[in-house]
Design a protein around this ligand. Structure first.
Ligand SMILES: [Zn+2]
Ligand SMILES: [Zn+2]
Length: 336
């Protein structure tokens, strides 16, 4: 079968390898769509902190069952969403029902080979039924689940003022679920097109384009109070540090994106607000299930987010174009 590996930073290669052979408890899945995200671009550039090479990327996966064990509930042809975060079941986080931050987590396409391949053998515990969804929709579930998880972590309730900083796919997903929870959502990004999309299509109340007077504008919008909850989805250490100032007294700051840096903040500024700083990592089965229900109800505007589609064999060449600024990529989908 064919697969695409990142052999070393800067080098993607399409080659052939043996078909995976499922062991007991695994199903053989034909991969049909792979969403490309920031993690994959980091892998190609060599800036992903948890990775060794060579690696097959791909963790936003839509597939179809080819074969499963005799006693399995899965049948050939069933569409499936694949949960890419594989947990140990025994560590402190797993014992507390938080496998998304398992101490020994292994993520498909990061810690082990992922779905830029024609077939994968997957432990059936990580397969989620996705009947009623198109293959394109199934490939959206993972990044939407990350946004949904962040909103759950935040405890956002209806009527709160929420600020989302960063309008990439994760910020968009977070804005969408925060708006669904009834919050008054403001989206801040340097890219005016993305900000407008969040307002026009994803339920945000207003958008702000990053500028030198951003802090003053955010103050004016909120009568000097700032926001009950601020979400960072920038992947930028400077932006994360700046975001502390946008949190209202008594408010929360949810860090969704991850950076390979130390984050500094002023302790007096933090303390006087009695601010809660909350990490949000990956997503849970419940997040995936909720996103699938939202997609089944056709409540999410897929066409607003899927900006590019490309054939599998084109990925080693095309990925460089997708990473260029100005190509307008929001979410690129690989079709197999
Ligand atoms: Zn991703
Ligand atoms: Zn664990």
């Amino acid at each position: 079968m064919a697969r695409i590996s990142c052999v070393e930073p800067g080098q993607l290669m399409l080659d052939a390898c043996a078909m995976p052979v499922p062991v007991h408890g695994e199903a053989l899945v034909r991969i049909r769509r792979v969403g490309i995200c920031g993690t994959d671009y980091h892998i190609v550039r060599g800036t992903q902190p948890y990775l060794t090479y060579p690696r097959v990327p791909g963790h936003e996966l839509a597939g179809e069952i080819v074969a499963a064990g005799e006693c399995s509930e899965w049948r050939a042809g069933m569409p499936v969403c694949i949960m890419p975060y594989h947990s140990c079941d025994t560590c402190i986080a797993c014992r507390q029902g938080k496998p998304n931050c398992c101490t020994a987590i292994s993520v498909l396409g990061v810690h082990k080979d992922g779905g830029l391949a024609e077939y994968l053998a997957i432990d059936e515990r990580y397969l989620i039924a996705a009947d009623g969804l198109s293959l394109d929709e199934i490939a959206m579930v993972e990044f939407l689940a990350i946004g949904r998880h962040a909103v759950c972590r935040s405890g956002t309730v209806a009527g709160e003022r929420v600020l989302i900083v960063g309008a990439g796919p994760i910020g968009m997903a977070t804005a969408f679920f925060a708006a669904r929870s009834g919050a008054e959502v403001t989206v801040l990004d340097g890219n005016a097109d993305r900000v407008r999309l969040c307002v026009d299509r994803l339920g945000a109340y207003r958008g702000e384009v990053l500028n030198t007077d951003t802090a003053d504008r955010l103050a004016a919008l909120t009568d000097g109070d700032f926001f009950d909850c601020v979400f960072d989805a920038t992947g930028n250490a400077g932006a994360i540090e700046a975001g502390f100032a946008y949190v209202a007294h008594g408010g929360r700051y949810v860090l969704v994106s991850i950076v390979t840096a130390d984050i500094r903040f002023s302790d007096p500024e933090f303390h006087k607000r009695e601010m809660s700083v909350i990490g949000s990592r990956n997503a849970t089965h419940q997040d995936f299930a909720d996103v699938i229900e939202v997609l089944r109800a056709r409540a999410f505007p897929l066409d607003a987010v899927v900006s590019h589609k490309l054939p599998f064999a084109d990925v080693p060449e095309a990925i460089w174009r997708l990473m260029e600024p100005g190509t307008g990529v929001i979410k690129a989908l690989v079709v197999l």
